[in-house]
Design a protein around this ligand. Sequence first.
Ligand SMILES: [Mn+2]
Length: 262
Amino acid sequence: MNEEKNTISKNQKIYFVSDFHLGIPDHDSSLKREKLLVRWLDEIIKDAKEIYLMGDIFDFWFEYKTVIPKGYVRLLGKLAEITDSGIPVHLFLGNHDIWAFNYLNKEINIQLHRKPVIKEFNGKIFYLAHGDGLGPGDRGYKFLKKTFECKLNQWLFHWLHPDLGAQMGLYFSKKSRLANLAKEGKKENSTPLQDEMLFKYSNEILKKEPSINYFIFGHRHVPVTAQLSETCNLIILGDWITNFSYAVFDGNKVKLKFYKSN
Ligand SMILES: [Mn+2]
């Protein structure tokens, strides 16, 4: 393994968060979640050494050569302020922000990751990924992912007028199962742990790389912590639609927490 080594000092922390899906189910409730997220970021920057956004910030995002979707200015501004202050922000591109190209990096200096990354913090080894398309099965989704990742399809889509392209994207995201769950305030159903694909996937990787201490994923919208071995834990981050959950590494342990709004 060829992981990067990092040290965090006593009062510093590393934060992991994912699946905001801003844009659904409608403008007003998305804005409410965005403001909450900004408030949370304001609180954590006091001790954050690094921030990992583990994917699906937006429910629909597409970058044209000169145009990006309207909205999200509070979050984007806050993230710019954070990276300007010297705190690194990483984004693992999820299945919903697959069409983020280089704007977020160029404009906001966010470090983009399209593949799983292995990192070492204070001697602990972390396997980080959004979590889509990993593990066995899910063939239909894997086909769709290939279609969306296809350069030719992206090139064809970018020739649509942005109002048309973005409207198509938003149309599908507002009709999605996730948007309906968000509207009704319902949580994603959890799968029994043994059947959870990210559980199976992590166990497979762990067999090959037994030194990994933490697997951290987003994608599933269900907050999960599970012990995989004496020295290894799996954390699935949940979401910021109904769970408002995140994970924090204090230099020694990772804990899954819930941000209480009031
Ligand atoms: Mn998601």
